[in-house]
Design a protein. Structure first.
Length: 287
């Protein structure tokens, strides 16, 4: 199929893009990598009056460290992040998660800001944003504001961003050097959307776990933090019994969806299995 007729704009600056967005009064869509928007338009699931292509805006693709945070421009390609040395050192969880994202062409065009703004429930990058308690910087008619991961995702394909705002930057706190990370995902084929996925970041002090951050993707309408499971690990450590209890807490906290790929109960079961595997894998990586 072909998309419905639309007007096409290539702004040279964020301010120009915002002005065009305002002109169409909510009937324009922003194009970043286009890996999700273009297929939706071809199937006429999205029929915007105008497309605003951000690819010619200078200064939206970068990776920098500042005051303990890694700042990533919203138009930074996912493929670049796979090989960036700062990401490898400071955000190993993001690097690991990116290996699960689609296929090489997907990651070569897809951007970090585009994935977050699209808010697909199965996407790995929003899951990492939740796990690491990151935030986005959005610019709109009222200026710039920061939105924490926990306040960003409202529902499937829906964020709390205003229709007239554009994500310009994504920020992650640097992962502590002593932390261990892991990602586990189940899909029908490599590169397919996740039926269930989990991400884990743990900071250990001997047998104790001083900080646990766990999140899901593909299970419910949005990625969520599994705070009850985190509490188990922080209170009881990462022994076999504690990991099993954390997995049960994770299963109890999720609100799975049912679709052609799996029932709600199947996804709930996968959440527990993948959580246990991700924790064990993370711990083993430090051995």
């Amino acid at each position: 199929m072909k998309p419905a007729k639309f007007e096409y704009h290539v702004p040279a600056s964020v301010d120009e893009a915002l002005a065009i967005l305002a002109r169409y009064d909510g009937e324009a869509r922003v194009l970043a990598g286009g890996q999700s928007l273009v297929p939706m338009m071809n199937f006429r699931l999205a029929t915007p009056k105008a497309i605003i292509d951000l690819n010619q805006i200078a200064g939206l693709a970068y990776v920098e460290e500042e005051a303990g945070n890694v700042r990533i421009g919203s138009m930074t390609r996912q493929r670049r992040l796979e090989f960036d040395p700062l990401v490898a050192t400071k955000l190993p969880l993001l690097r690991e998660a990116l290996r699960w994202v689609g296929h090489l062409p997907t990651r070569s065009r897809g951007t970090i800001g585009g994935s977050i703004a699209h808010a697909d429930p199965s996407a790995e990058i929003p899951m990492v944003l939740q796990t690491l308690e990151g935030e986005v910087v959005a610019r709109g008619p009222q200026g710039e504001r920061r939105v924490a991961a926990q306040d960003l995702f409202d529902a499937a394909l829906t964020t709390s961003l205003d229709p007239f705002e554009i994500i310009t930057e994504v920020q992650f706190p640097s992962i502590p050097a002593q932390a261990v990370c892991g990602v586990q995902e189940f899909a029908r084929r490599k590169g397919d959307f996740a039926i269930a996925a989990v991400a884990v970041m743990l900071v250990r002090d001997g047998e104790r776990c001083t900080k646990a951050r766990l999140a899901t993707a593909g299970v419910g309408p949005t990625s969520i933090r599994l705070r009850d499971a985190e509490a188990v690990l922080e209170q009881h450590g990462v022994g076999e019994a504690a990991i099993a209890e954390a997995a049960e807490k994770a299963k109890a906290q999720v609100d799975p969806v049912s679709d052609l790929n799996g029932s709600a109960e199947y996804r709930r079961h996968l959440t527990g299995v993948l959580m246990s595997r991700a924790i064990v894998k993370a711990i083993a990586s430090s051995a």
